[in-house]
Ligand binder design. Structure first.
Ligand SMILES: Cc1cc2nc3c(=O)[nH]c(=O)nc-3n(C[C@H](O)[C@H](O)[C@H](O)COP(=O)(O)O)c2cc1C
Length: 167
């Protein structure tokens, strides 16, 4: 696939086959995430990889959707605001850096024939304690990673003129 084909192919998958993800594929997509740019190259991020069945069961308290747990791997990207670049107006770029790295990971997974789904609607404080995140580490998003069971129809996008302003 070329880059634009990957972009078109990626979609939110909400049902997964139980087949495991090959370790080489996981390593390649994590490497893609590692290569992501970050403001002032601070790299204020951490990926937590969840494969352990017991932890996955416990995660149901955090995000209660059955489909989420059909995938063999769940990845949580965290930001570390105290390590991030801060713009002169005070805006901290940690969460943006985490989102860029997660997008690299998700697009690389697509290239590998794997399915993903951005998830942010989780209970933050329970997740922090379940994953034993140190103070200062903020969970920003999760995604399951696995082979797709059902592929949905493409979702709506606004026309280009609604999102681009030419001046
Ligand atoms: C930051 C972010 C958070 C999201 N959180 C959730 C979520 O908690 N649960 C969910 O089912 N989908 C979630 N989504 C998926 C979006 O609903 C989905 O990307 C959007 O509807 C477009 O569909 P597509 O991904 O198939 O192109 C999230 C997406 C993003 C980018």
């Amino acid at each position: 696939m070329n880059f634009y084909e990957v972009i078109k192919k990626r979609c939110s998958i909400r049902s997964y086959k139980p087949n495991p993800v090959e370790e080489e594929k996981l390593n390649r997509i994590l490497e893609a995430a590692r290569m992501a740019p970050s403001a002032a190259n601070r790299q204020p991020i951490c990926f937590v990889i969840i494969k352990d069945e017991k932890t996955k069961q416990q995660l149901k308290r955090v995000y209660d959707e059955k489909w989420f747990y059909t995938a063999p791997i769940i990845v949580c990207v965290c930001s570390i605001p105290e390590k991030a670049w801060i713009r002169s107006d005070g805006r901290n770029y940690a969460d943006i850096d985490a989102a860029i790295a997660m997008d690299h990971l998700i697009l690389a997974a697509t290239e590998e024939g794997l399915a993903t789904c951005w998830v942010a609607a989780f209970k933050v404080s329970i997740l922090k304690s379940l994953l034993k995140l140190p103070p200062g580490m903020e969970p920003i998003a999760m995604t399951p990673i696995g082979y797709p069971q059902d592929i949905p129809e493409p979702t709506y996008r606004k026309p280009i003129e609604d999102i681009v302003k030419n001046i």
